[in-house]
Design a protein around this ligand. Structure first.
Ligand code: 13P
Length: 254
């Protein structure tokens, strides 16, 4: 039995004022009355301490949008998993397509981030997904398998007992072109089958979130699919009403 997880990825957005308003809205009794689903927000590093102060006595969880492979040292501009843990992060997103693309992060490097997060008590949220050209060429699972395999090679299949996977087709991110529930479910099932070829129990237990234009309208049907265990939400996680509706969709489908 997998508990649904709805996670916001704020990306490079927010002000002190908007963060306060959003976290306050997400820690109201209505959103907290969600014993059947977990809710988390991943914030720009500069806001994480603020989120901790605002959310520490609530059920809302929080995390970072990335983390470095090192715990400390001469790595200007990076964020250490140890520091993120000290500020109460539960999760660290690793391998988001925006980082793979704009920062040229390879699957092997992402696997090192996944390991650093896990070694220091954070739950990695491993993002995988194909570009539009790869989708059109029918290469989705080739891409996704390669991204998963890099982690399995470095950390082992058992590491997925303490990790989350987010399937985010790049062509659906920020485009309003949500993957249909059928497309998403098929890929989620293929991901689970691939993991099951290494360890069936681990594959059955791991949460696989869908991300890419997941919003109040598309979430209910997406979340009703057997292998979709919640969402990783970008744009719609910045608006309390939209994100609350997505949380409700997860609770209704739990
Ligand atoms: P959107 O929900 O804005 O499409 O972003 C998805 C995403 O990239 C979450 O990590």
């Amino acid at each position: 039995m997998r508990t649904p997880l709805v996670m916001g990825n704020w990306k490079l957005n927010g002000t002190k004022e908007s963060v306060k308003a959003l976290v306050n809205a997400l820690t109201t009794p209505a959103n907290e009355a969600a014993p059947k689903a977990e809710v988390a927000v991943c914030a720009p590093a500069v806001f994480i301490g603020m989120v901790e102060d605002l959310a520490k006595d609530s059920k809302l969880q929080w995390g970072s949008e990335d983390c470095d492979i090192h715990t400390s040292g001469a790595y200007t501009g990076e964020n250490s998993p140890v520091m993120l843990k000290e500020f109460g992060c539960t999760y660290a997103i690793v391998g988001h397509s925006e980082r793979r693309d704009y920062h040229k992060e390879s699957s092997e490097y992402v696997a090192q981030k996944y390991k650093a997060a896990q070694d220091n008590g954070l739950i990695p949220v491993l993002c995988v997904g194909e570009s539009e050209a790869e989708f059109d060429a029918g290469k989705t699972m080739d891409v996704v398998r390669e991204e998963l395999k890099a982690v399995i090679d470095l950390c082992g299949i058992e590491s997925f007992k303490n990790a989350v996977i987010a399937y985010e087709p790049i062509w659906a991110i920020g485009t309003g072109k949500t993957a249909t529930p059928e497309i998403a479910q098929n890929v989620h099932k293929d991901i689970r089958d691939f993991l099951a070829s290494f360890n069936a129990e681990v594959a059955d237990g791991v949460r696989i979130l869908y991300g890419g234009s997941c919003n109040a309208k598309t979430a209910p049907e997406l979340f009703s699919q057997k292998d979709i265990d919640g969402g990783l939400v970008g744009g719609a996680s910045l608006k309390a009403d939209d994100f609350s509706a997505i949380i409700k969709a997860a609770v209704d489908n739990a």
